[in-house]
Design a binder for this molecule. Structure first.
Ligand SMILES: Cc1cc2nc3c(=O)[nH]c(=O)nc-3n(C[C@H](O)[C@H](O)[C@H](O)COP(=O)(O)OP(=O)(O)OC[C@H]3O[C@@H](n4cnc5c(N)ncnc54)[C@H](O)[C@@H]3O)c2cc1C
Length: 406
């Protein structure tokens, strides 16, 4: 392969809300050449196939559907002079910011001055959920359902069981009902819905029963699904259905990071960053749902914009260096924290925390054996908890632990 092309200031991998907002902010701050690399035929990320509101309220002051929101982002990027290269799949992140990219014209290497990784998240598929039984057609994730319905005009089933009660699960219920699909049950392993009140009432209002403390343990049928076996508090029950929709349980789309020299945080499953979004190789930054499973489009948009400011500062030689980082680690009940490192010099306002399972107790941040922050919480696995990073920065130290005493 020939010498990497080095005329790009910032290359952004992924054209979802985080990637596009970052590009817009970099242009606003006067950064000259920004290229977004997107593997799909169309730019816009996940919102392209989420054909429901509410997108865009905080960003544009109005409520939009996902596709309208994605189109608006792409239009703004074009107006701002951002180059979006679709059908460009980044295959490798090499040291020093060299990117190996598959393009319709063949493989190329790029060497931008900085790289932002904004590759988003995906849902956990059946294989990783360890659901036993037969392997019929009709067992899919929400992203596939949305693509079937909104991009290809197809219905994969008529009477599915829906697994999960996250926001994305409710959007799936909405999509199903809007297209004549009648879910037979919603299955939730926790004692309460993950989506907040009053949204969690949505299935009930449509007459769809929600089974709490329950799990789908086996799928039957061939070539199509005919039933699932559900294990709950009482005896196992067989539910007749013609499909299984596995919603949520998101994972960062971080295979690029996994295959690179960048440090991956095994807890959040995305790249380990400091409060500026900077990865272990300081040419790389990351933002959006690749950092953690999972946030809303609005959150990712704001995060992309914020990290872009640090990238612009870095290009101008104004960003505090990566030296002297304190590590932030997970204690009891804490599944992950983002960022995982704190360097001297300001930056993000919050430490983001998630728990492993529903828990009530006292959230504590420790510096050594000193408790430097505590509060009572009642937390669910997919909901964010925020702690002001200022508390850690003001205390100082080289290691902080976040835990919940239940
Ligand atoms: C099925 C599903 C439904 C969702 N529904 C909602 C919802 O209704 N509301 C909401 O607020 N949030 C929803 N989300 C969360 C969603 O992730 C965020 O809304 C938002 O899209 C995240 O923005 P992002 O920029 O981080 O990533 P994304 O929007 O996921 O964009 C990432 C982009 O990176 C590209 N990419 C990945 N790898 C590569 C590579 N190697 N090379 C080049 N390009 C690459 C992808 O093709 C994609 O376009 C949903 C997520 C999923 C998976």
């Amino acid at each position: 392969m020939c010498r990497p092309m080095a005329d790009i200031d910032v290359a952004i991998i992924g054209s979802g809300p985080a990637g596009i907002s970052a590009a817009l902010e970099l242009r606003r701050l006067g950064v000259r050449k920004i290229v977004i690399l997107e593997r799909e035929r169309e730019a816009g990320g996940v919102p392209r196939h989420c054909a429901h509101p509410p997108y865009g309220f905080w960003e544009f002051g109005r409520i939009m559907t996902g596709p309208a929101y994605a189109r608006r982002l792409v239009r703004l990027a074009a107006q701002a002079g951002v180059e979006i290269r679709t059908l460009n799949t980044v295959l490798d992140l090499l040291p020093g910011g060299v990117l190996d990219v598959a393009t319709p014209q063949g493989r190329v290497q790029l060497q931008p001055r900085r790289v932002m990784i904004t590759t988003g998240a995906r849902e956990t598929p059946r294989s990783a959920r360890l659901i036993s039984g037969e392997r019929p057609a009709g067992v899919i994730n929400t992203g596939a359902l949305q693509a079937y319905i909104h991009l290809h005009g197809m219905l994969p089933f008529r009477r599915p069981v829906i697994v999960g009660t996250e926001l994305v699960s409710l959007s799936a219920v909405y999509d199903c009902r809007a297209h004549g699909v009648r879910p037979v049950a919603v299955i939730e392993q926790n004692s309460r819905a993950t989506a907040r009140w009053p949204l969690n009432l949505f299935p009930k209002l449509l007459g769809i029963p929600t089974l709490y403390h329950s799990e789908v343990v086996a799928i039957a049928g061939m070539p199509r699904v005919t039933s699932v076996l559900v294990r709950g508090a009482g005896a196992d029950q067989k539910i007749a259905c013609d499909g299984v929709l596995l919603t949520g349980k998101f994972l960062p789309e971080a295979s690029l990071v996994r295959g690179s020299d960048l440090v991956l945080d095994p807890a959040a499953q995305g790249p380990a960053i400091d409060q500026f979004g900077r990865c272990s190789d300081p040419v790389y930054f990351a933002a959006g749902n690749v950092l953690r499973p999972v946030e809303t489009a609005g959150w990712c948009f704001r995060e992309g914009r914020r990290i872009a400011r640090y990238v612009a500062d870095d290009l101008a030689g104004r960003l505090a260096g990566p030296q002297g980082a304190a590590e932030i680690v997970c204690g009891d009940h804490v599944k992950f924290v983002v960022p995982q490192r704190l360097v001297p010099g300001g930056g993000a306002k919050h430490l983001e925390i998630r728990v492993r399972a529903a828990v009530q107790g006292r959230l504590r941040v420790l510096a050594g054996t000193n408790i430097i922050f505590e509060k009572n919480i009642s937390a669910l696995p997919e909901r964010r908890i925020l702690v002001p990073l200022r508390v850690l920065a003001e205390h100082g130290g080289d290691r902080f632990k976040v835990e919940i005493k239940s």
